[in-house]
Write a protein that binds this ligand. Sequence first.
Ligand SMILES: Nc1ncnc2c1ncn2[C@@H]1O[C@H](COP(=O)(O)OP(=O)(O)OP(=O)(O)O)[C@@H](O)[C@H]1O
Ligand SMILES: [Mg+2]
Length: 336
Amino acid sequence: MSNPLARLFPRLVDRRSSVEAITPRRTFQDVVLPPVTRRLLDDALTQVHSYELIFTRWGLGERHPTGTALAFNFAGPSGTGKTICAEAIAHALGKRLLLVRYSEMESMWFGETPKNVAAVFRLAEEEDAVLFFDEADAIASSRSTDVSHGQQREANTVVNVLLQELERFDGVVIFATNLAANFDPAFERRIRTHVLFELPGVDERERIWEVQLHRRTPVAEDVSFRDLAEAYAVSGGDIRNAVLRAALAAAAEPGPDDGKRIHQHHFVRAMEDVLAGKRVMTQSIIEPNVELRRTAEAVAQILPLLAQMQARTLISVAVAGAALLTAMTALILLLS
Ligand SMILES: Nc1ncnc2c1ncn2[C@@H]1O[C@H](COP(=O)(O)OP(=O)(O)OP(=O)(O)O)[C@@H](O)[C@H]1O
Ligand SMILES: [Mg+2]
């Protein structure tokens, strides 16, 4: 079957697609959340479920034809379950999830982002899908009064288009942002509920370790998820990565497959590797700042020298200028 996105919006869907329609498979059974997040999410779900009753069966949709979109913001650090929960909401509604990787769309289609944002709303309407703007920090941020840059102008237009579309749309829209997103007040007003995704506590971590495995996964007797949860204060995403690494390591060991088990040392080693990988990433982000500081220090050291040189240069130029003036005056006198 041909991709309906490609048929409707050929320019939006290419090899590195920034828009993807997903048939959700993951449910709330697969998610373990801290109590506060759970409560906020339940509240969001109640709103979604009541929506049909209020706006369709009770007719309020006809009385209030605009401004009825259910817009949620899922805010929190990476790997805390924002995407999985968006999928679970779509699953609970029996709808597809239209995933928009906003930052990718923005960088791929400079100059066309506002048009594309409008297009995905049309598409979500046609497909009756839950619209999910992933990595939407840029979209959510305040409009700027400085429109001297094309990029800034475009960002402002995107927010305006988004506000208009939210006004017209009558479905469910979810934005995923990190905690630092600086919300435009007009945009903020249209968000019904902000769901804060926090890093899991020790109890949640223990359960996340468990839900990351399948009942067929061979886990050795010596494994203690409680110990792992206590030893590593990490996100669900990190636990997922460690579980997959541990399984790979156990599977790669010699011997018949039937005898293979994932042991505690596989999980420990895998988590250490995940953490080491993250440290490398952080360093590569921090390193340029160190470099920047060193450069600034070096510049600070040579600045007085430069100033001295500049003073000398100025004096030399002034002396040369005076000499030239004298020579020219002499020449004029000679010729007159
Ligand atoms: N609370 C959780 N319960 C169970 N699994 C989780 C949880 N959080 C994360 N995971 C696991 O980690 C994976 C990554 O999580 P997810 O993609 O939902 O994080 P995210 O908050 O969207 O991160 P990002 O901001 O990087 O997009 C999930 O597929 C899931 O396997
Ligand atoms: Mg995500």
